[in-house]
Structures are given as structure tokens and as C-alpha cells.
Ligand binder design. Structure first.
Ligand SMILES: [Fe+2]
Length: 180
């Protein structure tokens, strides 16, 4: 029953919470739309485009624990999506916070490209991974997708960009192939 209404559920969450900015320059809805548009433009799979659109849904599902929103929103959002979509959607989302910590481990200069809010959450999330954590991350089946999602996430923070509205993603959200 619930799976039939996943698009309504997602659009409802954005309507309720998508206007929050969590210390970024763009609203959560704008950020999600930009991340999805970047994924689409890069030729990503439909599953990864959906992951980009929904990667921060965890911020909508729990009480913010800092000015940056829900610190553990990857886990929260990944679990919520895993009940509604296949792992190709939910797993990159679950891992997208870990992907940031991984990239900071392999490329210390990466941190300089992050928005100040993203650096703020990085501190709360444990900073760069240790070598052992990085090995564990690399063994995840969706590690590469999570890293690609990370770049859409980081790029999707441009103030004032004109891009397609959320409702245009409804058909993709409703594609039966992505629901359990
Ligand atoms: Fe994000």
C-alpha cells in the first residue's frame, strides 16, 4: 500500500521541510533538485539520479541535532529508502556521509572544496576516515556510486540556479522498477 504512494510521500516531505537551508546557501529542495540535475547530466543511472534527489531525506525524518540538521542523516535516510527502493537507490544514500569522510582521507585537499556547512558536519561526523575505515568503505558494493553521489551533492549548492521543479521527478519516483 505504502509503496503505491512513495512519490506523494516524498513530495510531502519536501513540502514540509524542503524550505530549510541548514546553513547552506540554497534550500534543501533546491539542493536536492540541483544534485539530481547534475546526476542526470552526468549520465548516471536512473537509480543514482533518484539517490541524488533523495540523498538528504534523512534531514526530514528526525529532529535536527545541530544548525546543520541531522548529523547521521545518511543512516536515517538510507534506512527509510531501503524500505521503499532497491539498494541501488538506498545504499549510495546510506553511504554518502561516509563517502565524504573517505574522500577526505584519500585527498586532504578535498575538504577545501566543501561548503562551510559541510565542513561543519564533517567535524560532527568524525572527520576524515582512518585507513581501516577507508578499507571497509571501499569494500561496500555501492562505494563508487556513493562517491559519485558525493560529487553531485557537493556541486548542488549554487544559489539562484534555474532548474526543473520537483514535480518533474514524479514519474521517476513512481517508476515501479525502483520500488520494492
Ligand atoms: Fe546534500
Amino acid at each position: 500500500m505504502r509503496a503505491m504512494h512513495v512519490a506523494d510521500e516524498v513530495l510531502g516531505l519536501f513540502a514540509a521541510h524542503g524550505g530549510n537551508t541548514y546553513a547552506e546557501q540554497v534550500s534543501m529542495e533546491q539542493h536536492a533538485l540541483q544534485a539530481a540535475a547534475l546526476a542526470r547530466a552526468s549520465g548516471a543511472s536512473d537509480a543514482l539520479v533518484l539517490a541524488a534527489l533523495l540523498h538528504d531525506v534523512g534531514h526530514f525524518l528526525a529532529q535536527p541535532d545541530s544548525e546543520f540538521g541531522v548529523t547521521d542523516h545518511g543512516t536515517t535516510g538510507g534506512a527509510w529508502l531501503a524500505e521503499r527502493f532497491e539498494p541501488a537507490v538506498s545504499e549510495p544514500v546510506r553511504l554518502h556521509v561516509a563517502a565524504k569522510r573517505f574522500r577526505c582521507f584519500v585527498d586532504p585537499a578535498y575538504e577545501e572544496q566543501l561548503s562551510s556547512a559541510s565542513v561543519g558536519t564533517l567535524r560532527l561526523q568524525g572527520g576524515a576516515m582512518s585507513a581501516a575505515e577507508a578499507r571497509e568503505f571501499e569494500a561496500e558494493p555501492f562505494a563508487q556510486d556513493a562517491l559519485a553521489l558525493r560529487s553531485f551533492d557537493d556541486g548542488g549548492k549554487v544559489a539562484g540556479l534555474e532548474i526543473p521543479a520537483l514535480d518533474e521527478w514524479r514519474p521517476l519516483l513512481d517508476s515501479p522498477g525502483f520500488r520494492l
